[in-house]
Every structure is written in structure tokens, then in C-alpha cells.
Design a binder for this molecule. Structure first.
Ligand code: M6R
Length: 610
């Protein structure tokens, strides 16, 4: 999730406006930053790895000024976080610069085509291809060249473009990536979100997919995909800066829950190839032959990532028929596990910096076992040291309680299971295509699940005073019960237990009385009737039943005190759907109790000590 800022102004302070704007986007996370301005008819760029302060120091040392510029904070997806990979990227002539947020799915094909035409590339990024493509389309009209170039792009993008021969013009374009125009007094802005320009203006124009914007200091033209000028609507944003960083949401956690449809799309981007019947996981480092040779899989992780690992056990065992064990990384590293050189270790970690997971991963590698890291932070220790990786593309997660990263892990692990299942011959091309189709519909399904928010809030208000909660689920939704309980205890400080529902009568049933709310995940699956039985057992002991069921399921209404209905999906997608109301429940209960949702007591976002 990169950040983009552009400005065209009458003062010579453009680079400082850019750095200020980038600072406002810091909450999006980044690993490098850069800017470009036009000076004496030439493009000058500054790019630094690490904190924004590094870029600011370089700017001060350079004494650079200018009235027009583009800035960028990079959250690496393709190519390591290095100076060369940092934006802005130039074309071959050095006259065009581009900043980009998103992922260009067909960048390899485009790069090969452009190389054949003589273009030379400096970075490992997908973004650099955009600058070269614009160069090849440029015939004097920058907006027209951007329009033509973007027609060739597949994937998601928000871009800002500048040309040395147009020293008073910025061009922006977007598809499935955010980009807004800020309209100031004698100055205009281009940004990933309003926070970057809110200090200078409250008047914004939101660009639509496929549109191209041409900005000067005192003018704005918006072109549609066919190049026709279009009228635009100004929106007045009356947010404070702090509100704006959270996209208008009261907490990062709620914002991140709402980002989940986009996160699913981003994690799937470029990875489903229905035509060839393949799952494309470029950095996995396991070809079909190696996939067939895997004797067993060991998943190591902590906390929420460990829950994702448990869902993955169901995915991999069902789809690829490889035996899977799931371990807490903190246990694995000390329990002298049997390390099989034909086995595979999958280390799951949002941050890629969790000390126990790193130590467990190193132990496995030292014993000659191949490790695949499933990480959200490119350049993190696990993503660097693992033999292969699957990046989850959830963007930076600020709330300490993991939500969108968890969903992206589930999607990434399902892709891994499908990839292994196909390689080992357990899935036909047609079966794989059917899974791809269902996955492509998933972002919209999760969007619909988010509409249960009002209902979940009512339930949360009723039970916010409870002292204990029990969460039950079965099959691949039993780890989701564990995750529901973990979310609630992390941020509301209510004691909560998660159990496979079949285990309830082996102990936790003793806790049940009329003061105990029990959350049951009871969506359609081969074990549906079994969960219903557990719900009945809890109900006759006066538990207050909160049941997550499928829309149209009358039986649920009869046996529950409170119902939350979600759309029916294929069983393998049900954990991804069912966790959403549980995240919302934890969030609203915590909010009702006045807890510090984003920074709960005693917890750290990344546990880098043992
Ligand atoms: O960064 P990691 O995924 O390795 O972190 C693992 C856990 O520390 C993390 O999931 C923790 O349980 C979260 N607070 C869950 O919300």
C-alpha cells in the first residue's frame, strides 16, 4: 500500500509540500520514499530507503526547490526495498517520471515487449514498466499518452506522472487504486488520500476507475477512458487530520475490517490463471515436481497467524492430500520436532518479525528443511530468509488486533493448497477453475457480510457487560471460533474461550449458565447438524445463544437468542466469511466498554522478543 502525493504550486516549496504530504500518509506504512521535481527543464529525483526522515535530510542537503513535483512512499510488493526500486521511476529518455500504487499483473509481458523495442530497465519493480510504456505512447500530449498506456495495463494502479517538457502539468490515473485531486488556491494536489493535502484544502475531486486527470496550478481536466473531457464533482471534506488518516472511521481496526474486500482482491491479483488452470505463486520456489515430493507439511506461527495455520491444515489436507501438523512456533522450537528433509515448513507471520516464528524457521532451515514464509511485510526477516514466500498484500495493519492480515493469510494459504492440489493431481483443471470463480466472487460476498454491521452492533450492546464468552465451531470453522475468542479478549478484556463444538461436553459445558453468552458458528457444512446439537445442549443449560448462520436458515432463528446471517458460500470459503461478524462483534463490544481498541493494554503489534 504505497502513498502518492503530487503538487503544482506557485511557490518554490513543492518538495517540502511533498514531504509533508508523505508524512500524512505514514500510517500506510512504507519501506522507502522518494520525490521528483522539475528544475531548469530537467527532472531531478531523490530516493531513500527507510524512514521519511532520510528523504527529508537528503532534501535539505540538496537545497532542491521547485513548483511542481511528485512524491511516493513505497510498501514493497515486487522487488526489495532498495534505493533503485524506490519511486519515482523514470522512462528511458529521463524526461518522464511515474509514481505508482498497486500491482501491474502483466508487467513481465510488457517489460519483455518494451525490452525488445530497446527499453532498458533499472529496477526490479512492476511500476517502472509504466514510465517506459508512457514514453512509447508519448507524441507531445502527456494526458493522451497516459490514457493510451493505461489501456495496456492489467491489474490495479493509481499513478502520478510528470514530464520535463510540461513543467506546469501533473497527470494522474487510476483503476482499483485510490487517487484524489485536492483543489487549492493557486495550487492543486494529487494524492492517495485526502490526508496528504487536507492541510491546504478541503475541496476534493475523487477520480473514478479509468479516468485520467490533468492538473495545472489553476486548472483541472478530467478525461474518460475514451479521452473525452468530463464534468467533475467537488466534495467538501470537513475531517480533522486524525479522522482523515482513519478514512473517517473512529478506529483503525474498523477501517481495516472494512478494507477486507479490497485486501482479498489484492491477495488474489495476478494469481488466478483460469485459462491455463493454474495458481500463479511466483516466489513460492516449489515447482510441480518438488510439490509432488513433499512428504508432509509443518505449519509454524503464533496468535492469529496460528489460527490461519489451522484453517490451512483443512485446506491442504482436503485439496492436496498432504498431512499437515500445526505448531505454535514457541513450542516447535523447543520440542525437538522430527525434521524431515522431504517435508515443508510453512511459517505464517503478518509482520515477518515475530521472534519465535523466526527462531523456529531458522531451526528448520538449518536441518535442511525447505521453508515457505507467508508474510505481509516484504523485506521482513521471514520473507527474506525463507526459501520461498507468498506475500499477502493486506497493506500495513495498524490496529494491534489482526483482522485484514488474517483474511489475507487465509486467501494466500488457500491458494497454496490449490497450487499443491493441482500439482499433485488431486484437482482437475475444471475443479481448479471452479475454485477460481468462487474466489473471484469472494470480495463482493465479504462486502455483503459487512452489511451485518448494524445487526452485530445490536448484539454487542446487549452483551457488552458479560464477563465470559464461549465461542464454538466445527471443522474448518473451529479455528474461526478460536479467532473470535482471541479477538474479543484482546480488545475488550472479556474472558473468552474458543472450542471445537464437539469438545464442549468434555469440559466447558460446566461453565454454562444464564450469564454465559455462547457464540456458535453454524453455517451449512457437513458438520452443520453436529453444531446444531451443541447449540441445543448449551441452550437447555440457559446459555444465551448468538448464532452465525446462513441467510434463509429458519432453524437457526428458532434455536438462537440472537442471529447474525451471512451469505452461503462453498465450505472452504466459509472461514473467510464467518470471521467477519466475529471481528465486528469484538470491535463493537470493546467500543461499548470504552476500551482502547487500536492499542489494547499489554499487547504489541509485533512480538520481536521471545
Ligand atoms: O506478526 P505475526 O503474525 O507473526 O504475529 C503473531 C501474533 O503476535 C499476532 O497474530 C497476535 O496474536 C495479534 N495480536 C492477533 O490479533
Amino acid at each position: 500500500m504505497c502513498g502518492i502525493v503530487g503538487c503544482v504550486t506557485s511557490e518554490r516549496n513543492a518538495p517540502y509540500l511533498l514531504v509533508d504530504g508523505l508524512r500524512r500518509l505514514e500510517y500506510r506504512g512504507y519501506d522507502s520514499a522518494g520525490l521528483a521535481v522539475i528544475k531548469d527543464g530537467e527532472i531531478v529525483t531523490l530516493r531513500e530507503v527507510g524512514k521519511l526522515n532520510n528523504l527529508e535530510s537528503a532534501l535539505k542537503a540538496s537545497g532542491l526547490g521547485g513548483t511542481i513535483g511528485l512524491g511516493h512512499t513505497r510498501w514493497a510488493t515486487h522487488g526489495r526495498p532498495t534505493q533503485v526500486n524506490a519511486h519515482p521511476h523514470r522512462d528511458g529518455s529521463g524526461k518522464i517520471v511515474v509514481v505508482h500504487n498497486g500491482i501491474i499483473e502483466n508487467f513481465r509481458e510488457l517489460r519483455a515487449e518494451l525490452r525488445d523495442q530497446g527499453h532498458v530497465f533499472a529496477s526490479e519493480t512492476d511500476s517502472e514498466v509504466i514510465a517506459h510504456l508512457i514514453e512509447s505512447c508519448y507524441r507531445g500530449d502527456l494526458a493522451q499518452a497516459v490514457l493510451e498506456a493505461t489501456r495496456r495495463l492489467e491489474g490495479a494502479y493509481a499513478i502520478g506522472v510528470m514530464h520535463a517538457d510540461h513543467p506546469e502539468m501533473l497527470v494522474g490515473a487510476r483503476k482499483d487504486g485510490p487517487l484524489v485531486i485536492g483543489l487549492g488556491e493557486n495550487e492543486n494536489f494529487l494524492a492517495s488520500d485526502v490526508t496528504a493535502a487536507l492541510e491546504h484544502t478541503s475541496r476534493f475531486v475523487y477520480l473514478d476507475d479509468g479516468q485520467v486527470a490533468e492538473l495545472t496550478r489553476d486548472g483541472l481536466r478530467i478525461l474518460d477512458a475514451s479521452g473525452h473531457e468530463q464534468p467533475y464533482v467537488q466534495t467538501n471534506i470537513a475531517w480533522s487530520l486524525a479522522q482523515a488518516e482513519r478514512g473517517g472511521y473512529p478506529h483503525f481496526m474498523l477501517k481495516e475490517i472494512h478494507e477486507q474486500p479490497t485486501v482479498i482482491s489484492d491477495t488474489l491479483l495476478g494469481r488466478l490463471d483460469e485459462t491455463r488452470g493454474e495458481i500463479v505463486l511466483d516466489d513460492l520456489g516449489i515447482d510441480d515436481e518438488a510439490a509432488r515430493a513433499i512428504s508432509r507439511i509443518h505449519i509454524i506461527a503464533c496468535g492469529t497467524s496460528w489460527h490461519a495455520g489451522h484453517v490451512a491444515k483443512f485446506y491442504i489436507e482436503q485439496l492436496a492430500r498432504i498431512p499437515v501438523e500445526v505448531d505454535y512456533a514457541s513450542e516447535y522450537r523447543y520440542r525437538d520436532p522430527i525434521l524431515d528433509p522431504d517435508g515443508l515448513v510453512v511459517a505464517i507471520s503478518q509482520s515477518g518479525e515475530t521472534a519465535d516464528t523466526i527462531a523456529a524457521m531458522r531451526m528448520a532451515r538449518q536441518a535442511g528443511v525447505r521453508v515457505v514464509g507467508v508474510c505481509n511485510v516484504i523485506g521482513s526477516t521471514i520473507s527474506r530468509e525463507a526459501d520461498g514466500s507468498i506475500m499477502t498484500h493486506a497493506g500495513p495493519e495498524i490496529g494491534v488486533a489482526s483482522t485484514k492480515a488474517f483474511i489475507s493469510q487465509l486467501v494466500a494459504l488457500l491458494l497454496l493448497a490449490l497450487r499443491l492440489g493441482r500439482a499433485r493431481g488431486h484437482l482437475s483443471v475444471d475443479e481448479l477453475r471452479r475454485h477460481c470463480l468462487e474466489l473471484r466472487q469472494l470480495p463482493q460476498v465479504v462486502e455483503n457480510v459487512l452489511k451485518t454491521e448494524g445487526r452485530v452492533l445490536e448484539v454487542a450492546r446487549r452483551f457488552a457487560g458479560a464477563q465470559d464468552f464461549l465461542f464454538i465451531g466445527r471443522g474448518m470453522n473451529y479455528p474461526i471460533a478460536l479467532e473470535g475468542a482471541l479477538k474479543l479478549k484482546e480488545i475488550s478484556y472479556i474472558h473468552a474461550e474458543g472450542y471445537p463444538s464437539g469438545e464442549m461436553k468434555h469440559g466447558p459445558i460446566a461453565l454454562i449458565d444464564e450469564r454465559m453468552p455462547v457464540v456458535a458458528i453454524c453455517t451449512r457444512s457437513p458438520v452443520y447438524e453436529k453444531v446444531i446439537t451443541s447449540v441445543e445442549e448449551a441452550r437447555v443449560r440457559d446459555a444465551k445463544m448468538i448464532v452465525i448462520g446462513n441467510e434463509g436458515d429458519e432453524k437457526i432463528t428458532e434455536i438462537a437468542d440472537e442471529t447474525i446471517f451471512v451469505p452461503h458460500v462453498a465450505e472452504i470459503l466459509s472461514p473467510i466469511v464467518n470471521v467477519v461478524p466475529l471481528q465486528l462483534l469484538a470491535y463493537f463490544v470493546a467500543r461499548e466498554r470504552g476500551c482502547d481498541v487500536d492499542q489494547p493494554r499489554n499487547l504489541a503489534k509485533s512480538v520481536t522478543v521471545e
